[in-house]
Every structure is written in structure tokens, then in C-alpha cells.
Ligand binder design. Structure first.
Ligand SMILES: Cc1cc2nc3c(=O)[nH]c(=O)nc-3n(C[C@H](O)[C@H](O)[C@H](O)COP(=O)(O)OP(=O)(O)OC[C@H]3O[C@@H](n4cnc5c(N)ncnc54)[C@H](O)[C@@H]3O)c2cc1C
Length: 492
């Protein structure tokens, strides 16, 4: 089976990879010095790091070791999120995760959990002076007949690589090094959404370590309430140590890379809106990544030099395609902001034009890398959860939605507040206009949300109430709400 994939955008390259270093003190004491100052280590973290290093010494890394930087910096995508844990715990088995959670609980230590490290803001997947549980070594993969068991230490390229010899693929990430766990626990936008739903809709089983260290397996028939809540419920319920995902016979895919210059933008946006509205009974699995990169220094000079339209068609495997789409870690400081709306190409174009004008107002920010990204929810992608007998926490109606997003990169910490405020104010301003026009949606995709956004506010209220009830059943002590406070928390 060949499936068409479409990459459409105004720019595809030009990203730069800038490494930054983080230094920390060599031993655990009551304080530690970091590149950004001295951190006091709370009693809880000190207790947990000491106990972890006594009970599982090979799995604990302290500041000063070479592997400490690997785990706390090299795995992280957004440079803003480089933090300095008191120790890093790198479990080799689910049993070790369970033991660690018990110790953390006993010590009442603050902790963070990291999978692929792509959630892009400080605290989402890292922590200052607490315990970082880094899942890198839980990287087993087991291909079964029509499913694959994957550990949370894997990225999507590794999963696609394991499936390729069997001519199979799964619904995962579109870029190479995005992690399996974060994307799967928050949704999962992929080219096949219109046919198979989101990554979360394709999980048949989760192995979870709960807040008291108990290990459970959640499926449609066992802990079915937890099974539902994990389909978009993020890191509020436990640490997932194994996912079992559905796979599909997809030996090859048809791919197209299309590049346009700015004069074609209205048609480009119109085509995206029409794609979002497509609502076939039995759709062919197909999707796209649509981005517009604005070079604020040269304006669109780069693009006007290229032919009005360039198109590269290919037939390849999903592994090879993903390999070409890398998103290097430590790329830049970056702020995501986005909102959703009903498809309306004219309004989308006016948002784009206003965004471009607003970019010019911060053109003096060093290393400014502004990108306008568009994703969409198609009716058939929402139908999967409506009809599969399980559902997911999003509870979306079978209606098309356009998600317009600003991804803004920059170089220096001194510009953090300025760019973050700029991005937020702009998104809220356009959203308020869309509200007046009656085309705004409150759906926010956690994977692309800024830290200032509340994805749960866009879920049906009854789903949020149900999630909170499930949380109180599985984590009555609030280990994943208070001790692990990073990421998008369900709140009270
Ligand atoms: C360049 C780029 C491209 C992207 N492309 C896509 C895309 O194509 N499709 C899409 O849907 N999204 C995409 N995203 C968004 C992406 O889904 C999120 O960033 C997601 O969080 C990445 O997962 P991760 O494992 O790498 O992240 P992490 O930052 O490691 O984890 C994300 C959150 O999940 C928690 N977590 C991690 N592992 C576990 C676990 N085992 N159990 C419980 N909680 C856990 C972490 O504590 C954290 O709060 C992209 C993001 C970036 C930066």
C-alpha cells in the first residue's frame, strides 16, 4: 500500500544547531552551583538522591559527571529548559522506576520525568535541585503481529526503524527525534490521523507505575478508566514504562515536498483549509506539515530567488522520510503559542499578515527565528475516538479545525521575557478577534502549547471532571500533581 504524504511549506532548511553548556557542582551537598547561580537543595531531594544512590547506585548520576550533562542538556530541545537536578535517576527496568517512585514519595522529593525531551519549556521535563527521572534506558522494542511494544526511552525514528523490516508503520511523530512517551500521552499529530486517529487512539495497553510505586497495566478491559485518562491526560497519573501501539501494513509512502513563494500564500492557506474539511467515509491516510518561515533579516529575499513552485515527489519508507526531518536538540530558546479556529482561509491570511508585521517589531532580537505553523483536525480524525468504544480526553466533535501556531526561536536569555510576552499577546489578540467573528475554538494541543496556555480548558468539562476523579483514585496522595509539578497539570 502506498500512502501519500505531503510536506508543504515556504521553507524547509536554514535551522542552525547551537550547543550550550551547563555546569554544576561535582558532589551532592546542601547547595549546588550552576551556570545560572547557586541552588539550595531541599531536604526531600537530598534524601531521595542519597537513598537512590544507595539502593540502585549504577542508575544514579550526580552533577559533575559527564553523563549528567548528557541527561540534563543534550536530550533537551529548548535551551530554556536546561536545568540542574540534584541527581538524575536513569532506570533500567520498570521495577527500578517503581522503587524510585517509592523513595521519592518517602522523601517527599520534587521530581521531573523526561522522555524524548521535546516539550519546550522549563520544568516540563527537567528540574532544578530535584530528582530527574530520565527514561533513556527504557528503550526495548518488541514487534508483534499487528502491534509493537515500545519503551518510553525511544524516539519515533527508532520505532519506525524497528517496524520497517516488517513493512509496518504506526501513528507517531512526524519528526525524527521526538520522544514516544510525551507525544503519545498528549495526543500525537501524524500524517495518518485522518484514517487512524491520533497516536493516543492507537495505544492498546500502558504499563504504568503509580504514585505509590504500584505497577499496573491499563487496557480497554483492565483499569479501563485509567486507560481512557492516559489518552491525552499527559503526566498526571503515573509514569508509563511500556506502551503497546497498533501497527498497520504500510511498506512504503508517497511523499511530496512543495515549496512556494509568498505570492502563492492565499492559495496555500486555502488548500490547507480545504484539506481540514475533507470528510471521507473511508479516507486514504494522508497528511502534511505546513510551515511558513519568515527570514526577518532578508525578508522573503530567499524565497523570491527560488522558482515560484518546486516539487519533489518520492516513494520511500516512513523511516527514511522521518530520517530527513530532524529537529536537533538544543536548537534554540523557543516559545510556542497557538490557538484554533474553524477553517477560514481569508482570516488565516490576515492573521499571517499581522504576524509578519509583528515579527518586524522584534527584528532586533538576536537569532530571531520566527515560524508560522499550521496543523489541522479533520472530522474523520475525531471520528476514530467517537466510534472505537474507548474515546479520549479531548472529546472533539467531528468538525474541522485549523490550529495556527507561532514558533519563535531566539539566542539570548536576556530576550526571554520580551519574546514570550510578544508571542502570548499576539496569539491572544488574534484569538479574541476570532471570538468576535464566531470562528474561534478553545481547543489547545498540549504538544504545541506555550507554558502560559491551559489545554484542559478546551476539553469538555465533564471529561476534565472525570480525569480528576480518576486521578484521585490512582494517585490519592497527589504525587504526580505536587511532587512532580512540571508539564501541563490538571489542577484542582
Ligand atoms: C520540533 C518538534 C516537532 C514536533 N512535532 C510533533 C508532531 O509531529 N506531532 C505531535 O503530535 N507533536 C509534535 N511535537 C510536540 C510533541 O508531541 C511534544 O513536545 C511532546 O511532549 C514530545 O514528547 P517527548 O517524549 O519528546 O517529550 P518530553 O519533554 O520528554 O515529555 C513531555 C511530557 O511528558 C512527560 N512524560 C514523558 N515521559 C513520560 C512517561 N513515560 N510517563 C509519564 N509522563 C511522561 C514529561 O514529564 C513531560 O511533561 C513536536 C515538538 C517539537 C519541539
Amino acid at each position: 500500500m502506498h500512502l501519500p504524504l505531503l510536506f508543504a511549506g515556504l521553507s524547509f532548511s536554514g535551522l542552525t544547531y547551537a550547543k550550550s553548556g551547563a555546569s554544576a557542582s561535582a558532589t551532592l551537598s546542601s547547595s549546588m552551583s550552576t551556570s545560572s547561580g547557586t541552588l539550595e537543595i531541599p531536604q526531600g531531594a537530598s534524601c531521595a538522591c542519597t537513598k537512590l544512590s544507595h539502593s540502585m547506585p549504577k542508575s544514579v548520576i550526580f552533577p559533575g559527571s559527564k553523563n549528567y550533562t548528557t541527561q540534563t542538556v543534550d536530550y533537551i530541545w529548548d535551551i530554556r529548559a536546561n536545568l540542574s537536578p540534584a541527581c538524575v535517576f536513569v532506570p533500567n527496568t520498570a521495577a527500578e522506576v517503581s522503587q524510585a517512585v517509592k523513595i521519592i514519595n518517602e522523601c517527599q522529593a520534587n521530581f521531573a520525568v523526561r522522555g524524548g525531551g521535546h516539550m519546550n519549556y522549563p520544568g516540563a521535563n527537567n528540574i532544578d535541585a530535584g530528582v530527574l527521572i530520565a527514561l533513556s534506558n527504557l528503550n526495548a522494542v518488541n514487534v508483534k503481529t499487528d502491534t509493537v511494544e515500545v519503551g518510553p526511552g525511544l524516539n519515533w525514528y527508532q520505532v519506525y526503524s524497528a517496524l520497517e523490516p516488517y513493512g509496518r508503520a504506526c501513528v507517531g511523530g512526524r519528526m525524527k527525534t521526538i520522544g514516544v512517551p510525551g507525544l503519545t500521552l498528549i495526543g500525537g499529530f501524524h500524517y495518518f490521523n485522518n484514517k487512524y486517529g491520533y497516536a493516543m487512539d492507537n495505544v492498546v495497553s500502558y504499563d504504568v507505575v503509580l504514585g505509590n510505586g504500584t505497577q499496573v497495566t491499563a487496557t480497554k478491559t483492565s483499569h479501563s478508566d485509567l486507560f481512557w485518562a492516559l489518552k491525552g491526560g499527559a503526566n498526571n497519573f503515573g509514569i508509563v514504562t511500556r506502551f503497546e501501539l497498533k501497527t498497520f501494513a504500510v511498506p512504503e509512502v508517497s511523499t511530496t515536498i512543495q515549496v512556494y513563494n509568498e505570492t502563492h500564500l492565499p492559495q496555500f492557506l486555502s488548500a490547507i483549509c480545504e484539506s481540514a474539511k475533507l470528510d471521507e467515509e473511508d479516507p486514504i491516510a494522508a497528511g502534511m506539515i505546513a510551515t511558513i518561515a519568515y527570514n526577518v533579516t532578508t525578508k522573503f529575499a530567499n524565497f523570491t530567488k527560488i522558482p515560484a513552485e518546486a516539487r519533489i515527489n518520492n516513494v520511500t519508507t516512513i523511516k527514511t522520510w522521518a530520517n530527513a526531518l530532524d529537529s536537533p536538540k538544543q536548537m534554540f530558546r523557543v516559545q510556542f503559542s497557538h490557538k484554533s479556529m474553524k477553517p477560514d482561509a481569508k482570516v488565516l491570511y490576515s492573521i499571517y499578515k499581522a504576524w509578519k508585521a509583528a515579527v518586524d517589531t522584534i527584528s532586533d532580537v538576536q537569532g530571531l527565528y520566527p515560524t508560522f505553523v499550521i496543523n489541522y483536525v479533520s472530522p474523520s480524525s475525531a471520528r476514530v475516538a467517537k466510534t472505537n468504544g474507548v474515546g479520549n480526553v479531548w472529546g472533539l466533535e467531528e468538525e474541522p479545525l485549523i490550529i495556527w501556531q507561532f514558533s519563535t526561536g531566539w539566542d539570548l536569555a536576556q530576550d526571554d521575557i520580551r519574546v514570550e510576552a510578544w508571542s502570548r499577546q499576539l496569539a491572544e489578540h488574534f484569538h479574541s478577534i476570532n471570538k468576535q467573528l464566531g470562528i474561534a475554538s478553545e481547543f489547545v494541543y498540549m504538544g504545541d502549547a506555550g507554558e502560559w496556555q491551559d489545554p484542559y480548558a478546551g476539553f469538555p468539562v465533564e471529561n476534565v471532571a472525570r480525569m480528576r476523579k480518576i486521578r484521585s483514585t490512582y494517585d490519592p496522595a497527589g504525587v504526580f500533581s505536587t511532587l512532580s509539578w512540571g508539564g501541563f497539570k490538571l489542577g484542582l
